[in-house]
Design a protein around this ligand. Structure first.
Ligand SMILES: [Fe+2]
Ligand SMILES: [Fe+2]
Length: 319
């Protein structure tokens, strides 16, 4: 492949990543989800960057194959129901993954950096915070949406590396793989929730594309070099997340931001009352962040005290 071809391929890949919403009409996501119930509409969602003819062809092919595919592999569409017997609305999470957030958690807790490593982690986070605060200022919605795309990375990287370590060393994980993957999934649900209210612009997609490339690799290297440092950094990042959601709440309370009704996905995921608002959602998300803060500082403490993560049972389902 010539340099020219490679460059063209890279820019096509990049445009596909950042363009779907920019080049296609906005989609009502709530309506979109209910379409998913009636037919396998994943194609529509995943390939929303394709030209209309291609889009039509993909879903037609999928529909005509549906019966054959299901009967051959023995996998039939999900039959999950609510407690009242009605059909479960979501494919992206199931009733057993939902929970009621523990709001009694202390949102003011702070790990006091004493050792050099802790100070290094603390100041790394403070340094990262400067450009982020300058960029977003009080645009909380935008801030939350973009930051959640980053927040869901460490759990996945840590979980993956512990998974590989378990395979490589023929040893148990103490449940930490699952705990970290749960954290990543929970952060991704925060993102899915904010997407119902805010819609990323093309330049925001471009920023995320670049930031993900850098952050994934930086965290991957950091976790290999020093898992306790990596967890400490995440602990401090989560402390900042708690602070920024507290600021979000202040602006909802003083009327600077409109307290819109809670998205349906949030009501089902956190088992919130039907009349909940964005404020209720931000409160449960902040509680999640406080749990991640504690889990990551704890993971760092275990290792700072000379133990391995697998020696302490992981807090699974810790919300
Ligand atoms: Fe989050
Ligand atoms: Fe978080």
């Amino acid at each position: 492949m010539s340099h020219h071809q490679a460059a063209a391929k890279m820019s096509a890949l990049f445009m596909r990543q950042v363009s779907p919403r920019f080049f296609s009409a906005p989609v009502n996501r709530t309506a979109h989800v209910s379409t998913t119930m009636l037919r396998p509409a994943f194609w529509v969602r995943n390939f929303s960057g394709l030209a209309p003819e291609e889009k039509k062809e993909s879903s037609d092919v999928k529909q005509s194959n549906k019966a054959i595919v299901s009967s051959y592999w023995g996998i039939s569409p999900s039959t999950v129901t609510n407690e009242d017997g009605s059909a479960w609305k979501w494919n992206c999470f199931r009733p057993w993954e939902t929970y009621q957030a523990d709001l009694s958690i202390d949102v003011k807790k702070h790990h006091n950096p004493v050792k050099f490593m802790d100070k290094f982690a603390y100041w790394t986070v403070q340094a990262l915070k400067v450009p982020v605060t300058l960029f977003f200022q009080r645009r909380h919605m935008c801030h939350a949406m973009l930051l959640e795309t980053v927040a869901a990375v460490p759990g996945m990287v840590g979980g993956m590396l512990l998974h590989l370590k378990s395979l490589r060393k023929f040893e148990h994980s103490g449940g930490w793989i699952k705990a970290l993957l749960e954290e990543a999934e929970n952060e991704r649900m925060h993102l899915m929730t904010f997407l119902e209210i805010a819609h990323p612009q093309w330049y925001e997609r471009a920023i995320i594309f670049a930031v993900q490339g850098v952050f994934f690799n930086a965290y991957f290297v950091a976790y290999i070099a020093s898992p306790k440092l990596a967890h400490r950094i995440v602990g401090y990042l989560e402390e900042e997340a708690v602070i920024s959601y507290t600021e979000f709440l202040k602006d909802l309370d003083n009327g600077t931001m409109e307290n819109v009704p809670a998205p349906a996905i949030a009501i089902d995921y956190w088992r919130l009352p039907a009349d909940s608002t964005l404020r209720d959602v931000v409160i449960v998300i902040r509680a999640d962040e406080a749990h991640h803060r504690d889990l990551n500082h704890y993971a760092s403490d275990i290792q700072c005290q000379g133990h391995e993560l697998k020696d302490a049972p992981a807090p699974i389902g810790y919300h």
